[in-house]
Design a protein around this ligand. Structure first.
Ligand code: SAM
Length: 325
């Protein structure tokens, strides 16, 4: 479906839970998180219904995220159903990788092939600091497992934090010589806890690219499958690629093809906007598919032209874990 600005919205990101088994410092507070009640979350049947109605608008690609999607019970059969859904051509998940090693064979059997794994450091002690208690080893084992099973493309999301992990960008880049990983450096956004951090910790992807270019030859390569906003480069002979996502320094809103569905059933047409359209309440009051279609149409039509994250204090308190980062 085309929005008011002629963008073809064909990509739905579905948050299946607001729960996460990590507490990354730039994403969530250590404690005091207001979690939704279980009954406020859409059931898998409700999620399937919404995704099916979305496919009638030309949504072809679905990314399942959270919170941490792998902590929700029953996630594998749900993914298998979405993979099999008419009109859905591509299903991917975004995960922190903690539960990935054990889940990988089931994900494969469910038909999932594409994964994004969030990993901000290759140093165990630092990983514990950033995630507050995570075990890097588990994520590394998860990555090894999915690569050995043949998942691909496997993308790694690295959020850049000045003074915390920006000294590791060379190590990440070097890794792509040996393994078919697509490492994407992502600019910190002033969302969730990120709004406390972003001013002092922000590093632009451009700065990192310039820094890497002094050490490596970086050849521009065409898009890695997935249709996201990263620009990719490759070290000659490398198996993987290095991508840069400039959400803040050079936003790509004019190409934005996505809308989000929160775990409690709200359509969020823009990550960086407080606008949302509630589907859960009408659905639970007996709304027909036709009525849901109208609400979805409305959500697409209110999608803003671009974000104003630099200046919009209204949205900065929203957590990525709630919106489905
Ligand atoms: N639990 C899953 C994971 O870790 O990938 C999915 C949800 S997590 C919120 C999705 C992504 O959002 C992660 O890559 C995380 O690093 C990123 N993220 C969270 N807060 C952010 C912020 N303020 N700026 C940029 N990225 C952020």
């Amino acid at each position: 479906m085309l929005d008011r600005f002629g963008r073809n919205i064909d990509y739905l990101r579905v948050s299946v839970t607001d729960r996460c088994n990590l507490r990354c410092v730039y994403c969530l507070p250590a404690e005091g998180i207001q979690l939704k009640q279980h009954q406020d979350m859409l059931s898998y049947e409700e999620l399937e219904r919404v995704i099916r109605v979305f496919t009638e608008f030309g949504i072809k690609r679905v990314r399942v995220t959270g919170g941490e999607p792998l902590v929700r019970r029953g996630i594998i059969p749900f993914l298998a159903k979405v993979v099999a859904m008419k009109g859905v051509e591509d299903v991917a998940i975004t995960t922190n990788g903690v539960l990935l090693e054990a889940a990988a064979p089931d994900l494969w059997n469910a038909g999932v092939r594409r994964l994004n794994i969030s990993l901000d450091t290759l140093k165990p002690e630092r990983f514990r600091e950033i995630t507050r208690f995570g075990d890097l080893n588990r994520v590394r084992q998860g990555i090894d497992k999915v690569l050995s099973l043949g998942f691909g493309p496997v993308k790694l999301n690295v959020v850049l934090l000045r003074g915390t992990n920006d000294d590791e960008v060379g190590d990440f880049a070097r890794w792509t010589r040996e393994v078919p990983l697509h490492i994407r450096f992502i600019e910190l956004m002033p969302l969730g806890e990120g709004h406390l951090w972003s001013a002092s910790r922000f590093v632009s992807a451009g700065e990192i690219k310039d820094r890497l270019a002094t050490e490596f030859t970086l050849n521009r390569v065409s898009e890695v499958y997935g249709g996201g906003p990263a620009r990719y480069y490759q070290i000659p002979g490398g198996k993987g690629t290095i991508g840069f996502i400039t959400a803040m320094s050079q936003h790509f809103c004019q190409f934005c093809n996505r809308v989000r569905l929160t775990a409690d059933g709200k359509i969020n047409p823009c990550l960086a906007s407080p606008l949302e359209v509630d589907l859960a309440t009408p659905m639970r009051s007996g709304a027909s598919d036709g009525e849901l279609r109208e609400l979805i149409r409305m959500a697409v039509l209110i999608k803003p032209a671009e974000h104003h994250l630099e200046s919009d204090a209204q949205v900065t308190l929203r957590q990525m874990s709630k919106i489905g980062g």
